[in-house]
Design a protein around this ligand. Structure first.
Ligand code: PLP
Length: 443
């Protein structure tokens, strides 16, 4: 049986029925926009279970999962040691609103991995961590303006939604109604990887509290920093008196043991963490030097709090996850990433479809473009209709890619060579369909 024949036998009756019900009680049927799969022109799949590198939908179809909950599941779904740690923690109670030993151990583990982080404060989401890190940066510098890059996503913080990547880019929205003009008035937008624009925005006295950057931008698709660009940010921050804030919600504990700051050798003042830090449960954190972090209440005067912050189940999942992330694990993650990228490139070449396939360890994106993608504008010029065809055809062949070009693929340690092989085989067929439907683009 060919993969094509199998695809025609996949049914979606249960997902369709659930979606119908969901649309009545959840806006768009989902709790986060990109899950709806609108940008690839199909209805969402409802997931019943995850198992290692695979998910099983409500109709019993199995997929190789390259989304892995958008990053947290670096060990894959339902990793036995994570599940055991969470179950064990749950037996002792799910939340206390009082300190626990696990929080201390997790903070120590983070500090050991990320030398720029001497202290952390935990939150429940990356959005919350970003919002809090910016509050701290503003308090420390006595300034209000924040510089961010076009195409970067830092959660749905009011002042940071302008030209944000991820869901906004997927929906084609430049920003969001409901954000006060006063919130965005304090945001300076700079094109990613544009050294001249950066110099312009940071010269004179820009009164910047923070230069905020995804250490490895992965929310306009993966667009790694040009050589030297992060170093330029460090210099610009020092020159202007701003704090350099790395949003490592995706890159943290993924691209290297110590995140993007280790991979590129550039040290930020504050670091925002999320996704992997919750091991698949809701948790995030921000951290930095002791002198900065001790401005936070109750030692300092910067208020920030959270009922479920440092939640014992999330902390247990985090400790179990980080415990598996040794040098060997990072080598394997990088190998899987490169094997997948190489297979996809070959399949694209064979189909005559020009793609760009940037990688860093643990992340990649397939851009349908004959030219390198170095910023948000270039990402927006890619053939997203081709990406949509590619995704739909992959799903029909049992492979679940990120259903938006403005996102990264998330290889995990549960992905084995057979998962890569199945994906590449499905991609070879899918790319033939792309070539037929979108034509072979020539320079
Ligand atoms: C996902 C993400 C966030 C937001 O985290 P949430 O937990 O979804 O609020 C912030 N920054 C980056 C870089 C992200 O990828």
């Amino acid at each position: 049986m060919t993969t094509g024949a199998r695809s025609r036998q996949m049914t979606a009756a249960r997902s369709a029925a659930l979606y119908d019900e969901a649309l009545r009680v959840l806006p768009g049927g989902v709790n986060s926009p990109v899950r709806a799969m609108r940008s690839i022109g199909r209805d969402p799949l409802f997931v019943a279970a995850g198992e290692g590198a695979e998910i099983i939908d409500a109709d019993g179809n199995r997929y190789v999962d390259w989304v892995c909950s958008w990053g947290p599941l670096v060990l894959g779904h339902a990793a036995p040691d994570v599940v055991a740690a969470v179950v064990e923690a749950a037996r002792r109670g799910t939340s206390y609103g009082a300190p626990t030993e696990g929080e201390v151990r997790l903070a120590q583990e983070i500090a050991a991995r990320v030398p720029s982080v001497e202290m952390v404060r935990m939150t429940s989401s990356g959005t919350e961590a970003t919002m809090s890190a910016i509050r701290l940066a503003r308090a420390v510098t006595g300034r209000e303006r924040v510089l961010k890059f076009k195409g970067a996503y830092h959660g749905h913080v009011d002042g940071l939604l302008a030209e944000a990547g991820s869901g906004l880019a997927t929906q084609g929205l430049p920003a969001s109604p409901g954000v006060p003009a006063s919130a965005t008035a304090l945001t300076t937008l700079v094109p990613w990887n544009d050294a001249d624009a950066l110099r312009q925005a940071t010269s004179g006295s820009p009164e910047l509290a923070a230069i905020l950057v995804e250490g490895v931008p992965a929310n306009m698709g993966l667009v790694p920093p040009a050589p030297g660009f992060l170093e330029l940010l460090r210099e610009a921050a020092d020159r202007s008196g701003a704090l350099l804030v790395f949003d490592e919600v995706i890159s943290g504990f993924r691209v290297a043991r110590g995140g993007a700051q280790e991979l590129y050798g550039v040290t930020p003042d504050l670091t925002i963490m999320g996704k992997i830090i919750g091991g698949g449960l809701p948790a995030a954190a921000y951290g930095g030097r002791r002198a900065l972090m001790e401005r936070i209440a109750p030692v300092g005067d910067v208020y920030q709090a959270g009922t479920l912050s440092g939640n014992p189940l999330a902390v247990a999942a985090a400790l179990a996850t980080l415990g598996r992330l040794d040098d060997h694990a990072y080598a394997r993650l990088a190998e899987t990433t490169e094997a997948l990228a190489a297979g996809l490139r070959e399949a694209a070449d064979a189909a005559g479809v020009p793609v760009q396939l940037p990688t860093v360890p643990g992340l990649l994106t397939v851009f349908f473009s004959p030219d390198p993608v170095t910023d948000f504008a270039a990402a927006q010029e890619c053939d997203t209709a081709a990406y949509a065809v590619f995704c739909r055809e992959l799903l029909a062949r049992g492979v679940y890619p990120p259903p938006s070009q403005f996102e990264a693929w998330f290889p995990s340690l549960a992905h084995r060579p057979e998962h890569v092989a199945r994906t590449v085989q499905a991609a070879a067929d899918a790319l033939q369909v792309v070539a037929r439907e979108r034509g072979v683009v020539r320079r």
